[in-house]
Design a protein. Structure first.
Length: 660
């Protein structure tokens, strides 16, 4: 018998003598733990931090995203596009515009208006729902598009179950609304999710969950409803991909199997897979995107992915144009259809009438215009973010011009001032560097830097107002211009808000008049809109002669020197009289060379163009409008009229007014 005190402690390291099985088990545990935290079995080092696991749902997203790829192949595919939108500044106005868009007409199965719904209601007031989100920092937008969405009569219940699973995964109640769209070949659901959790805190969702977890949850639900894809369905889909001119799942498999030299084998584990791979490789060869190097070895082109994506986008554009033509009941010949490329070396301004405006990317609010141009062709033109281009009614006449992406002289000036000032720029340094410069001129450079900072972060502003300018500032300026071009690849100028037929007898200075007297009018091809414009000009010419604004002369028509000004004055007097009755104050004309001061109230569209309504103490006037005015609605403005334009002044600086 031994008592509790009968032992002798031995100091030193603990050893597990002969316990190889224990060490083996321990190594397995450590390896599993390492894998769970993102490392590898062979290395105890943590993976590089990239922020993808910050937020709710990171663990669930990682587990769902690690599914075996063969199991994933049998799962029904779901495409989920996501975007996080900041609501500060213009963000909330853009959110309202997005809400109006997804609720628009023509999106239901019977062509009706889209209806918002939520977790417990089939009808939700979008405006009231957004009002509750006034203080939110951000919102999430999702487009959920099941590959087999046509198998559902109604997507509401699927969406509700998906959002319920998300609430479980993220550990919080979610505030969301959705609307189903059936206006494309693939039924899909737009979901807007508030950026607040059930405790009123900012909702942060891990990137791994957004990119993987949400998609896998949706696929699970559809598998429960429709069952996994059968072997026959998978094979039919792959057969259909062999000859497609876009990036397919077969291409992704080939790219994954290719080595560093882009060599890939046409061989596969079974006869069907080999047939599909060989058929696709031969199609790629016909497209110039693959080259056969041996009996079963092929080399893939380095630009295969980008080229196939562009081909797919082109196919989508062609289908968009065909839908628009079908809705109108007529379609131009294929040779008279074109895709406007503002980046092309020979890109020229495009003048024509709008026949449709739509979204090329619903999630990112990217729009397009279909324009019947003076060259007789119908062009598809990407115009970028919708907020950058004012709405145009069908029939409006516009000019589309490529946006320059060149480095500006202001960028070179900033770089030169900073180089002479220890890498820093401010207005005082600019004025010391160039004594002929005015403070107003230097302020334009500050606005340029502020725009760069907000969009790309290419420059840094110090608390005292100075700017830190890097030695590669010109490269950063080029990157800024490229980023701007993505959101606004073209400038769209409204030449006439009214359709062509209303301009023929209008008592106003119309686009037709300006073209008739222009030194270099737009060439008119005798086809399409070019034919219609040529006919309208001939009829307008006869109207001008009858009104005494022009007269027939030998070999042509002579127009009075003050014709445009006289027509514009007629239009402004008519509009001024109408507004005078509405506002209860007299309208006064602005004299050329006179200074105009007052409160800018709003823009006014007339047949002669857009004008600014400036209200004085007891009267108002109409003067030429410029886009910069929209930032000063309800504020005092001052300007000096010059010819058919005006130079506006906003605020004051030490050297006088800042001219914009």
């Amino acid at each position: 018998m031994f008592s509790d005190d009968d032992f002798e402690p031995r100091l030193g390291r603990m050893r597990a003598k002969g316990n190889k099985q224990g060490r083996k088990f321990l190594s397995k545990v450590l390896a599993a733990a390492n894998l769970a935290r993102g490392g590898t079995a062979a290395s105890g080092r943590r993976s590089r931090f990239d922020g993808s696991r910050i937020g709710r749902g990171s663990g669930v997203g990682r587990v769902l995203g690690s599914r075996d790829r063969y199991a994933a192949f049998r799962t029904r595919r779901v495409i989920i596009k996501s975007r996080i939108v900041k609501l500060a500044g213009k963000g909330f106005a853009a959110a309202r515009a997005h809400m109006r868009y997804i609720e628009r007409d023509g999106t239901t199965r019977d062509g009706g208006r889209g209806q918002l719904y939520g977790a417990d209601a089939d009808k939700i007031d979008g405006k009231a729902w957004l009002d509750q989100a006034q203080g939110d920092r951000h919102q999430f937008r999702f487009i959920v598009s099941p590959e087999d969405g046509a198998g559902y009569d109604d997507l509401k219940e699927l969406t509700r179950r998906l959002m319920a699973r998300m609430e479980e995964d993220l550990g919080t109640k979610l505030g969301w609304v959705a609307v189903d769209h059936f206006n494309t070949g693939h039924p899909h659901t737009h979901i807007i999710l508030r950026g607040k959790d059930d405790r009123g805190k900012d909702l942060i969702i891990a990137r791994e969950y957004i990119t993987q977890g949400m998609r896998e949850r949706a696929a699970e639900l559809i598998d429960l409803d429709l069952g996994p894809r059968t072997t026959d369905a998978i094979q039919d889909k792959l057969r259909g991909e062999v000859d497609q001119e876009r990036l397919t799942s077969i291409d992704r498999t080939l790219l994954r199997d290719a080595d560093a030299a882009r060599l890939v084998s046409s061989g596969a584990s079974d006869t069907f897979d080999q047939t599909v791979r060989m058929g696709r490789l031969k199609k790629l060869a016909r497209l110039g995107l693959a080259t056969q190097m041996g009996a079963s070895t092929w080399r893939l082109a380095p630009d295969l992915t980008d080229t196939l994506k562009r081909m797919g986008e082109r196919g989508d554009i062609i289908r968009t144009m065909q839908r628009a033509f079908t809705a109108r009941g007529s379609a131009p010949a294929l040779a008279d259809q074109a895709i406007y490329d503002p980046t092309a070396a020979d890109a020229r301004p495009l003048v024509g009438r709008v026949i449709e405006r739509g979204l090329s990317d619903e999630l990112n609010d990217r729009h397009y215009l279909l324009v019947e141009a003076t060259d007789g062709r119908t062009h598809y033109a990407e115009i970028g973010r919708g907020e950058n281009v004012e709405p145009h009614a069908n029939g409006a006449i516009v000019r589309i011009t490529p946006v320059s992406v060149d480095i500006r002289e202001a960028d070179r000036t900033v770089a030169a001032v900073a180089a002479a000032n220890g890498g820093r720029y401010d207005v005082d340094a600019h004025l010391r560097h160039d004594q002929s410069a005015t403070e107003a001129f230097a302020e334009t450079h500050v606005r340029r830097l502020e725009a760069m900072r907000r969009l790309t972060g290419g420059v840094t502003r110090e608390a005292d107002g100075t700017w830190i300018i890097a030695t590669d500032h010109l490269d950063r300026a080029a990157a800024y211009e490229a980023a701007r071009a993505k959101d606004r690849p073209v400038a769209v100028e409204t030449l006439s808000s009214q359709p062509l037929e209303k301009l023929i007898g209008a008592e106003a200075a119309t686009w037709l008049d300006r073209e008739l007297v222009a030194a270099h009018p737009a060439p008119l091809r005798d086809a399409g809109f070019g034919h219609d414009a040529r006919d309208a000009q001939a009829r307008r010419r006869q109207w001008l002669i009858a009104q005494g604004f022009a007269e027939e002369a030998a070999g042509g028509t002579a127009y009075g020197p003050g014709m445009i000004a006289d027509l514009q004055r007629r239009d402004l007097l008519r509009i001024g009289a109408q507004l005078s009755r509405e506002l209860g104050m007299p309208f006064v004309e602005s004299e050329p060379g006179a200074r105009v001061s007052g409160i800018y109230r709003r823009p006014v569209d007339t047949m002669s163009g857009r004008f600014a309504l400036v209200e004085k103490s007891r009267e108002f006037t109409l003067v030429p409008w410029r886009p910069v005015l929209d930032r000063h609605i309800g504020k005092s403005v001052s300007g000096l009229t010059r010819g058919d334009g005006i130079s506006w002044s906003f605020g004051r600086s030490r050297s006088g007014p800042i001219i914009s």
